[in-house]
Design a binder for this molecule. Sequence first.
Ligand SMILES: [Mg+2]
Length: 260
Amino acid sequence: MERPAGVLLDIDGVLVVSWDPVPGAVDAVARLRSGGVPMRFVTNTTSRSAGEIAASLRGVGFDLEDSELLTAGDLTRALLDREFAGADAMVLDEGPGVVPGSVTVVQGARRERARVVVVGGAGESFEWSAINSALRALLAGAALVGVHGAEMWRTDEGACLDGGAYLRMLASVSGVEPLIVGKPAPTMFEAACASIGIEPTRAAMVGDDLHSDVLAAQALGIRGVLVRTGKFHPGVLETAGDVPDQVIDSVASLPAMLGL
Ligand SMILES: [Mg+2]
């Protein structure tokens, strides 16, 4: 594979699983670093803030700067600041990743009159009354913003429905078209390439989610590299309409594939 001018790396399932490093991943990042390949770490994770994620990764041995990390939460906050400044917002999000910017996060009955519904990472707060308040706000004319579109992730307990699945459900029932910020929407990939200063066609994206990471990146002209770690399961390659540009056992194989 010709060496890309920049590599975008998904974090969960590629570099770490439940915040433990994938074997060989720390060394792989170090080799890309010493080989002079610009990297951006792109994550839909909303259970932690960007600073916490970067600190956790450094804590288990990864060499990265805060500025190399792009989170869907940060990009969503920028969107809310730009498009919904001053508005009441209902936020369905399990973590601190989407802390309010210039919107007013409302609770209780006020949620049903919010001007924008924001759906982030799923968790136990996605319960009956919250989901239905979101639906009622949308039926009353609120906009729908998805922090990301991923429908599933994997934890130590097994597969879990993620925010994208709830987003799709709310959009389908309310008829409101969602505005999605994180993967698989183009926003995060484009922001990562722009921050390196390269065209998407000169970048590679490494991910464990065939659709949300790899095929979504390929749709923008980015070279897609699927790893067989994290949420990867072989069946996904058989049922997908499109194929990844490259499949590797884990990110540990990436430096050698790039001649590093
Ligand atoms: Mg992942």
